[in-house]
Design a protein around this ligand. Structure first.
Ligand SMILES: Cc1cc2nc3c(=O)[nH]c(=O)nc-3n(C[C@H](O)[C@H](O)[C@H](O)COP(=O)(O)O)c2cc1C
Length: 271
């Protein structure tokens, strides 16, 4: 998979599909790619492609879908970030094959999807996604939904990225070699498009934080905003890797004073 920034730019949530489904060969490709996906937390994510008709799967916001991408992970600290990272890796790969997806953590019947995934106690399924070819035209519901969450809008670079500590905004020029990976991170999808990531570049290190809002935590899904952080970190890391930036992953809180409700998640340090 190449050109992560381009894939991140081209991806959008697809809620209207063409009804044609995806062929056996493509499904095999997706599953082979999925089986090799790793995340920096080292927590395995199990993926399945689920036939919507066979398992009676649907979502009130999705039309024309024939397949769902399901995934589950063992309940553990950092499972949300790990899940977000691994699932988004597959989302970007699907994008590279011309397939559309939508992260779904709310608008679904969890019991039905849980049965289809054979979810065991001790396992969690924070999100699922329909997967297939986008329809030629968006459904009215999709158009209304995109407007409701201002889906095409992303917060300015300098509103979310900081230099050294949270008191100094970082601009793209100052970000140097990290500008593109950071741009890729800021294009990430997030629950209700809240974009909860806050990022501090401290010299050669980049630290990711989550600015928590109320209403995103449940027993079944965990903290959806931490899933969002895993997604943004995935975009950053895959783009940095592609550019050959020598970085190593870290979960050691650097101790930078953070604003209220803003939790350190993980970062990358120079190698
Ligand atoms: C963790 C997570 C959960 C989401 N849950 C839903 C959902 O339940 N239903 C839905 O229609 N979209 C859901 N979305 C999609 C977001 O609304 C969408 O990514 C955001 O509005 C940005 O739009 P874009 O993906 O087209 O860039 C979710 C996204 C994420 C990352």
């Amino acid at each position: 998979m190449e050109h992560i920034l381009e894939l991140a730019r081209a991806r959008r949530s697809v809620r209207s599909f063409d009804g044609g489904g995806i062929g056996a060969e493509e499904r095999e490709k997706l599953l082979a790619f999925a089986a090799a996906i790793e995340n920096p937390w080292g927590l395995p994510v199990e993926f399945r492609l689920l036939d919507a008709a066979e398992h009676k799967l649907s979502s009130p916001v999705i039309t024309g879908e024939r397949w769902y991408l399901g995934a589950k992970i063992k309940a553990a600290p950092h499972m949300e970030e790990a899940f977000g990272y691994s699932f988004e890796t597959l989302v970007l790969y699907a994008q590279s094959l011309g397939l559309g997806t939508t992260w779904i953590g709310g608008t679904m019947d969890r019991a039905v999807f849980g049965r289809a995934m054979e979810l065991q106690s001790g396992e969690r399924m924070p999100c699922v996604s329909p997967i297939g070819r986008p329809a030629a035209k968006m459904s009215l519901r999709e158009i209304v939904m995109r407007r409701g969450v201002r889906a095409d809008w992303r917060e300015d670079f300098s509103a979310l990225c900081f230099d050294g500590d949270f008191s100094r905004p970082l601009n793209e020029t100052e970000a140097g070699a990290y500008a593109e990976p950071l741009r890729a991170a800021l294009l990430a999808p997030s629950a209700v498009n809240r974009q909860p990531w806050r990022i501090v570049k401290d010299g050669g290190s980049v630290h990711f934080y989550c600015k928590h809002a109320a209403g995103y935590v449940s027993a079944a899904a965990g903290d959806l905003q931490k899933v969002d952080l895993g997604i943004a970190i995935c975009h950053f890391a895959l783009c940095a890797l592609e550019r050959g930036l020598p970085l190593r992953f870290s979960t050691a809180d650097p101790g930078i004073p953070a604003p209220a409700n803003t939790e350190y998640i993980a970062g990358y340090l120079p190698e």
